[in-house]
Design a protein around this ligand. Sequence first.
Ligand code: GBH
Length: 459
Amino acid sequence: MPEQDVATNGRFYWGSATAAYQVEGSPLADGAGSCVWHEFSHTPGTTYHAQTGDIAADHYHKWPEDVELMKNMGLNSYRFSLRWARILPDGTGVVNPRGLSFYDRLVDSLLACGIEPFVTLFHWDMPSALFRMGGWSNPDVADWFGDYAAVVVGALGDRVRYWMTLNEPYVVSAEGHLVGNHAPGMRNIYQMGHSVHHQLRAHIAGYRAIKAARPGARVGLAVHNAAVWPGTGSGPDIAAAERAEGWHNFPMFLDPLVHGRYPPALEPRLRPFLPVGYENDMPALQVPPDFVGINYYHGYYVRDTSDNWLGFVEVDGPEAPRTKMNWAVRPEGLHRVLTQVHERYHLPAVFITENGASYEDRVVGGAVHDADRTAYLKSHIAAVLQAKREGVPVEGYFVWALLDNFEWAHGYSQRFGIVYVDFETQERTVKDSGRWYGELARAGVPPQDQELSAPSIGS
Ligand code: GBH
């Protein structure tokens, strides 16, 4: 594969990703305020074995070692999130300089190592003080978020060029406000609908605050995706798949930002639960992001049903290997999602902001032989590069995750890292997949490897 195929302006970002609550630990240290995940995980019955992010991977203290690991692996970028309540303990108002200084030092250290920081403002850790005032259901959340964005861009904007406002707003709405398996544990379809709309308004407020301070910054958001195929070629099943895609994938958030409306396949079912008068906000929401971040893990098949709100049900598709999360490994789905997002919006840039897999890992003689994870990464990166060759403007790829970490309600039972973390000792061990990925990143182009170019990617 010729080098110019892969490099964009001489550079393709090969990185890894984390999120604050999942890796940092020390949630209340140095004046930080509480967040909903801290409270939720300390509530009985919410997480696997009552595990919490109190220590996590102790990134709050071990970050210099973690930056060194990335540098030695050869990664040229790192996607991480800021914890809102470290910086603004009450969510708004008084800034906590010690919280800000943690991220300030991290950014300096990354840049000194030649690692480009990709900063997410919100990866699910809503400050508890704001949750008390209604959190994502309170329309004021857009102003709160805009003020927070202004504070962080003021502090880091001289060095950070890539920003993501929100991570997977779908999961916040669906799992945090409708299903309740994620913080803040709400099970209320109206709160779900309001949180969709107010997250969009907050995104815009954040986007504008960052652009006002740093017009040259590139600002986007990371969205949840799973490839969805209709279980049969019937009209109702195809329509069901469109609803599933509208809800689960980029359309619920990107249709408003790019086309100024909710996805037509979804809007009739969503409308009753959106804030009254939401239509009036749509023109102000129509501001296409500078890039979209695609998070992708798995794919599934659906059929039409009248048994539930959205009218789709998952059915068996073709056999596929499964990860420890029981997610079907379908790399062709990542190619499908990238192609769809490009055809629907023609945004200037696309990043794969998360992709990876959880498997049962063991340290044997100081190594972790995770061949299944390496195979997962190879096949998905091949799908990404194929989409890129076909014209999707992909500029970077981030493995989820740099480190084994607190996998939300699954606690520490699911390991997604390319670096193994012994949660007793906090010792790090680069897995075989991390070594392989580091070689790829250092070369800048995929090795001329049969396995990498082998999978044939359908649509
Ligand atoms: C992403 O979420 C997140 O951005 C990241 O923080 C997370 O660690 C990573 O992926 C891996 O999950 O199995 O029924 O309990 C992906 C969205 C969130 C969807 C958790 C599945 C659990 C449902 N996922 N959710 S269940």
